[in-house]
Design a protein around this ligand. Structure first.
Ligand SMILES: Cc1cc2nc3c(=O)[nH]c(=O)nc-3n(C[C@H](O)[C@H](O)[C@H](O)COP(=O)(O)OP(=O)(O)OC[C@H]3O[C@@H](n4cnc5c(N)ncnc54)[C@H](O)[C@@H]3O)c2cc1C
Ligand SMILES: Cc1cc2nc3c(=O)[nH]c(=O)nc-3n(C[C@H](O)[C@H](O)[C@H](O)COP(=O)(O)O)c2cc1C
Length: 608
């Protein structure tokens, strides 16, 4: 058996690892392999006997980055319908039912495997971020059923006893050494030294060097070093939402196009006194100690400070598995029991309420469990790596050059059910960032592209920070056949870029801007989908008669679905005027939108 996963932010990967562990405890071999789909040799699939696939859905029903190649390979035309006839499989999907394309990758993968002759030997399972008991709860409910079905095909030996009791794993770094002084560089990675200026220099040199390119970050494009030019709040100072216009300067020209995405590596903004206290409590080396370790994506020699600030996701939220390991390091019996409960199926609701809903961080948990002392070798395995954040670039090469990037970033902040104020990790980092701060950034291809023909009309629907890629396209095109639909809460508080649009309208570099204000009239909340409906006839004409394109960007929840419906209704109304009856027009309109999507003339770039 092998477990293969496609995971964007780590949940599906964690599920896959759990399934592989449980498989080992069910006689499938001492170490059942568990790999990202794109790290797996695809050609081997035809010889595989049993594969459990765990896949998340990202974007607007898209595959995670680490399964894109595999998915493209599987979709190849001309594969014989029995090419996977020898393969038995099971599929588990990680998704969120508040998205229109709920768990669509798991569904499509399952259908494709069946089409290619593979046999499903256990019912597929879905985890839903929205479900009452969370992802872990859905998994807990599915796993026993799945094992019952799978073990009918692979019966256990007569006296075999399944032992799912918590166990402490062996750490990947057997011994982490502390290094007193600078040492010679190994594996092309530079070393860090105690003083921060030097460490910063070596860090960025390492990250941007050819040697580190492949292993740096989870996304493998070349990283560029940037310096912050401005970080201006563009919502009113007394307004509830803090949105920033951020500009970054680069020494090199960036290989980017309007519509691309910046992948940025944030740092954990944590009070050093707090970190120092935690290290002291756990008998760990002090912040300025240099460590020698072997962890993918981390320099071989790194200071404790930077390990905690740049590499480990100490402000992220623990998963249940974290508590399974933590119990082995609790000195106090009561805390040990609490960890055991939080890591168990029975304690899932408690875990959900204590950790997930409250957005508790690793740091807070390690502080709250006062008797816990985690050895460094385990800590680097128990806390996952800090993930980069993606931002749609809101500038364009034509207007702003290739040595500058602009971003439009909302500072994420919310209050938990128990009334705790929580800030997003990157949001907290951006919020306090001053000019000249240096950071690392990669460029990723976006889904929204300017059509080659300049006469193609553009309809751009980008409420909130969804306006970012639209601003890039507007500045690249600079023509009157571009029409923007923007949405915000208040005309006087967060109608950002208004002056810029007015200037462009005046200069005839933009065709029209319609803005939906959702809070200005308490009796009537207006959202972009309303404006798209109001302008239905114009939009249908631009799409059908003038061969225009329509792009949507921003919140991945309800907005894209509602806008799509509004467009379909507009097309149906237009077809109705040509004589089609209402029902036929509706069916035809939905087909038209499907065709537009296939031709890349209707696209969505969405995030949560
Ligand atoms: C392709 C793409 C383009 C993007 N473009 C932009 C852009 O142009 N501008 C922009 O501002 N952002 C953009 N984002 C989002 C951005 O990448 C980050 O997700 C965002 O900045 C938040 O990061 P953070 O580290 O501050 O929050 P994190 O620390 O990562 O926290 C985010 C998590 O907090 C939780 N959460 C959020 N709200 C709540 C709540 N109310 N209650 C409980 N939990 C909650 C959710 O689990 C969420 O996943 C984009 C994302 C993608 C994928
Ligand atoms: C930007 C973004 C887009 C998403 N799009 C979808 C989607 O289209 N359909 C869905 O079912 N879930 C969607 N989700 C939810 C994820 O699939 C879900 O959170 C999953 O547990 C993530 O697994 P991962 O951490 O392995 O990537 C999306 C989440 C994010 C952050």
């Amino acid at each position: 058996m092998i477990v293969l996963y496609g995971s964007q932010t780590g949940s599906a990967e964690e599920v896959a690892e759990r399934i592989a562990r449980e498989a080992s405890r069910r006689n499938f071999g001492p170490e059942v392999p568990c790999k990202a789909l794109d790290a797996y040799k695809r050609e081997d699939l035809v010889a595989e006997k049993l594969v459990i696939f765990v896949v998340a859905t990202t974007g607007d029903g898209d595959p995670p980055d680490n399964m894109r190649q595999f998915w493209r390979f599987l979709l190849r035309k001309g594969l014989p319908s029995d090419v996977l006839a020898q393969l038995q499989f099971v599929v588990f999907g990680c998704g969120d039912s508040s998205y229109a394309k709920y768990n669509v990758m798991a569904r499509m993968l399952r259908n494709r495997l069946l089409q290619l002759g593979a046999k499903e030997i256990a019912d597929r399972g879905f985890a839903d971020d929205q479900s009452q008991h969370g992802l872990e709860g859905d998994l807990d409910a599915w796993l026993p059923l799945m094992w019952t079905q799978v073990l009918q095909h692979y019966p256990l030996p007569p006296d075999f006893v399944i032992d799912d009791a918590p166990r402490l794993f062996a750490p990947r770094n057997e011994k982490i050494r502390t290094v007193e002084a600078r040492t010679t560089s190994e594996n092309g990675r530079p070393d860090e030294k105690g003083d921060d200026a030097n460490v910063d220099a070596t860090w960025s040199a390492w990250a941007t060097s050819a040697a580190s390119r492949a292993p740096f970050g989870t996304y493998s494009a070349k990283p560029f070093e940037a310096s912050l030019v401005c970080n201006d709040r563009i919502t009113a100072a007394d307004w509830e939402q803090d949105v920033r216009h951020i500009e970054l300067a680069f020494e090199e020209e960036l290989p980017y196009e309007a519509g691309d995405i910046a992948v940025v590596y944030p740092e954990n903004e944590v009070d050093e006194v707090r970190l120092a206290r935690l290290l002291q409590k756990m008998d760990l080396p002090r912040l300025d100690t240099i460590l020698e370790l072997d962890v993918a994506h981390v320099p071989r020699h790194v200071s404790m400070r930077h390990l905690l600030r740049r590499y480990l996701d100490v402000l992220g939220t623990p998963r249940r598995r974290f508590f399974e390991a933590l119990m082995f390091f609790a000195g106090d019996e009561e805390e040990k029991e609490k960890c055991e409960e939080l890591s168990s199926r029975e304690g899932n609701d408690l875990f959900h309420a204590y950790c997930k809903k409250e957005r508790k961080s690793y740091l807070e948990v390690l502080e709250e469990f006062a008797s816990v002392k985690v050895p460094l070798e385990y800590l680097v395995d128990m806390i996952p790596l800090l993930q980069p954040r993606e931002y749609s670039i809101s500038s364009a090469p034509r207007a702003h050059g290739r040595k500058r990037l602009q971003l439009t970033v909302a500072m994420l902040a919310f209050v938990t059910p128990w009334g705790r104020n929580v800030q997003g990790v990157a949001s907290r980092w951006w919020a306090g960032m001053a000019p000249q701060h240096r950071l690392l950034c990669q460029i990723k291809k976006g889904t929204l592209r300017l059509p080659e023909a300049p006469e193609t009309p553009l309809i751009l629907v980008g409420p909130g920070t969804g306006v970012a890629p639209m601003r890039a396209l507007i500045h690249e095109r600079q023509q009157e056949n571009v029409h923007l639909y923007f949405g915000c809460r208040s005309k006087t508080k967060d109608d950002y870029y208004r002056d810029e649009w007015n200037a462009m309208l005046e200069a005839k570099k933009l065709g029209s801007v319609r803005t939906a204000y959702s809070r200005d009239d308490p009796r009537r909340k207006v959202y972009v989908q309303r404006l798209v409906r109001d302008d239905g006839a114009k939009i249908a004409d631009l799409l059908l008669q003038q061969e225009g394109v329509l792009y949507i960007s921003g919140s991945a929840k309800q907005m894209p679905t509602d806008v799509k419906e509004a467009v379909q209704d507009a097309i149906a109304a237009s077809l109705g005027q040509e004589g089609l009856d209402a029902d036929a027009a509706k069916v035809q309109a939905s087909r038209v939108v499907q065709v537009l999507q296939r031709k890349n003339r209707f696209k969505i770039e969405a995030w949560s």
